[in-house]
Design a protein around this ligand. Structure first.
Ligand code: BGC
Ligand code: BGC
Length: 630
């Protein structure tokens, strides 16, 4: 009887405590009744050194205001915009496909401005960081120019080109009010079965270092109205080395997996690009969703604080990746957050909820489990980046949306496509083709499909399969535009030309992978689709010679088939300017691209180490650096 009463009492007390703490969180005054700052407070003075401004601002902030700055929320998950003001949230993001109600440039600017204004209404008026994945142009926005995914830029291996693309991307991104992008990726994939292979420039640390630094410099030196778009080298550290079948996500294989323990390899290959990125001015670094030494990266005090911050001298802020912090201690958000922040994560990509986070961090500080010093350090780092980006000083920022999809940007993207194509086979010098051909048959899933050309991170997180990107050109259209109007271009995706009399001199098959992103692209056997294999064999029946163009985010296993083709071109994921592919096929631009990573013969060759050594010690089909022509 007594036991029963005690039980009821305990439950009642627990319920009351929970209710009180839930109410407390909403009662906590996050814009406390501290005095508003003077109009000429030092932190508001653009001409003062950044460190003075940071110091002045931090000393004015309450604990609640500081914790708010450490929260990064996905924009659809903040139901009540006034909470941005109430909790003083530091950053917002659009995940892949996190679009405004109306997915137009105007819709973006309106959405970001509304959220930004909510932040500016806080007591101290600290501006918001708004981050997106603009890793091949402003990919979420229909009408923006889509550049080749990084793997194609790795093939082009041209730092000046990468820098120009980053500048142009900054212009399109900045026009919509966004001030932060989660790029460049410094991952170096060792196993092409990984769904993120295409997001990386190469598996070669030297090339990655060179191109990613060029990207950061191009992006961040482009200042419009004094504002700069912040770059985010990612994913720290060794994400591209994760092994097959180690993913913590049951649906994936490599993505979110485990990186081998060897610290010297990590330091030799994966660290140097981050060191260069920091030297090139990166002010934020994203830690990956992988684990190392049995620990999630976001929990590694050694890698984040000792190596990145102390050894490499990184003064900017460390942001965690999507929900990654909560993978640290399963089903224990409190200890997950404590561990990550103490490890050195400064801004947490929560990204789905903020109230429990704020509550947990408050509690941890009250209990002394996170020191105030650590909180101050995190906030100083975040503010340092915000000041450096000019966010506090934007007076009359102009947002010229006409820059989106600009002709000059399209021309740049087209040049990038020209330079990214890699000629892998060319029997009897078949390529480039003459423009004076009478008739050409075109087949394959990738010929008339801009969505496939663009790959993942295009309008939707997983990309789009289809042909509806405003202003874009499919490869088929590019072929048609390259040839004289008298030339007959006959297209059938499945290569069914049985109604046509006789053979064409040339058949072009543009085969492709379906778009994918992250772990959804982990694939045990990256190969041609059955439909494309059939299309090629149909095409062969009606064409004297056959050119195969592969549109893909990685090498595909083609060893048994390549013998049947006269010419083979790797076009990677060229983006919105399909004309760039046709230019090279018809000789308006030369083939100069080189493989940015080895092209394996079969699956037993992966992982391949950065010196090109395959797992089974046999030679790959093509080594890194291979490419005919140029
Ligand atoms: C990815 C990051 C990306 C982030 C925001 C994560 O799932 O791993 O690369 O920047 O989402 O979209
Ligand atoms: C988001 C992506 C994010 C992913 C992680 C998606 O819903 O749009 O940006 O990387 O979730 O799971």
């Amino acid at each position: 009887m007594v036991g029963h009463r005690d039980f009821i009492l305990t439950v009642a007390v627990l319920l009351i405590l929970t209710a009180v703490s839930l109410v407390m969180i909403d009662r906590t005054d996050f814009s406390p009744k501290l005095p508003p700052p003077e109009a000429d407070a030092p932190y508001r003075q653009a001409e003062l050194p950044i460190e003075d401004r940071v110091n002045d601002l931090v000393r004015r902030m309450s604990l609640g205001e500081k914790i708010g700055q450490m929260a990064l929320m996905e924009k659809n998950s903040v139901k009540n915009i006034s909470d941005i003001t109430k909790y003083g949230l530091g950053g917002m993001l659009s995940g892949g496909g996190g679009k405004p109600k109306e997915n137009t440039p105007e819709g973006w600017l309106e959405m970001v401005t509304e959220l930004e204004n909510a932040a500016l209404q806080t007591r101290l008026g600290i501006p918001l960081l708004y981050g997106i994945d603009a890793n091949h142009g402003h990919g979420n926005v229909p009408g923006a120019v889509i550049y080749p995914h990084f793997i194609g830029l790795g093939a082009a291996s041209d730092p000046k080109l990468v820098s120009e693309i980053a500048e142009a991307t900054a212009e399109e991104v900045g026009a919509t009010g966004v001030n932060w992008i989660f790029s460049p990726t410094l991952d170096m994939p060792k196993d092409f079965r990984w769904g993120r292979t295409y997001e990386a420039f190469s598996d070669d640390p030297l090339l990655v270092e060179k191109l990613s630094s060029a990207f950061i410099i191009g992006l961040q030196t482009n200042r419009q109205d004094g504002l700069m778009i912040l770059a985010t080298p990612k994913h720290y550290l060794g994400t591209g080395a994760a092994l097959w079948s180690t993913s913590i996500n049951k649906k994936f294989k490599i993505d979110q997996g485990a990186t081998p323990a060897d610290e010297s390899a990590l330091r030799k290959e994966y660290l140097p690009p981050f060191a260069s990125a920091i030297d090139s001015g990166a002010l934020t670094v994203m830690v990956g969703l992988n684990s190392w030494g049995g620990e999630k990266l976001a929990a590694s005090e050694y890698l984040i604080t000792d190596v990145l911050k102390k050894e490499l001298g990184f003064k900017g802020f460390v942001v965690s990746d999507w929900y990654g912090v909560y993978e640290i201690v399963k089903n224990d958000d409190y200890h997950s957050a404590v561990k990550a922040i103490n490890a050195g994560v400064d801004m947490v990509m929560l990204p789905l909820e903020y109230k429990p986070f704020i509550r947990n961090v408050n509690k941890a500080v009250a209990r002394g489990e996170i020191s105030e010093e650590r909180i101050n350090d995190a906030v100083r780092r975040i503010l340092r980046a915000k000041f450096a980006a000019g966010l506090f000083d934007q007076k009359n920022a102009k947002h010229d949306l006409s820059i989106i999809g600009l002709d000059a940007h399209r021309a740049l993207a087209r040049t990038a496509v020209n330079k990214s194509l890699v000629l892998l086979k060319n029997e009897n010098g078949l390529l480039p083709l003459s423009k004076n051909i009478d008739k050409v048959f075109v087949a394959g899933s990738g010929a008339d499909n801009v969505g496939r050309q663009c790959g993942g991170w295009t309008v939707e997180w997983q990309g789009i399969d289809g042909n509806w990107l405003p202003g874009s050109t499919s490869i088929l259209k590019g072929i048609r535009e390259s040839l004289a109007p008298s030339a007959e271009v006959v297209f059938d995706a499945s290569g069914n030309f049985t109604g046509e009399t006789g053979q064409a001199d040339i058949g072009i098959a543009v085969v492709s992978e379906r778009p994918y992103t992250e772990g959804w692209g982990d694939d045990a056997d990256p190969a041609l689709d059955r439909s494309d294999i059939d299309a090629i064999s149909n095409l062969k029946k009606k064409s004297k010679r056959v050119v195969v163009i592969i549109v893909s985010g990685r090498p595909l296993i083609i060893s048994d088939r390549i013998g049947d083709w006269d010419a083979l071109v790797a076009a990677w994921l060229p983006g919105s300017e399909g004309r760039g592919v046709a230019d090279v096929i018809f000789g308006d631009a030369p083939f100069t691209g080189k493989l940015p990573l080895p092209w394996p013969k079969n699956i037993s060759q992966v992982p391949i180490d950065s010196d090109g050594k395959t797992s089974d010690r046999t030679a790959p089909l093509f080594v890194r650096g291979f490419g005919l022509g140029g």
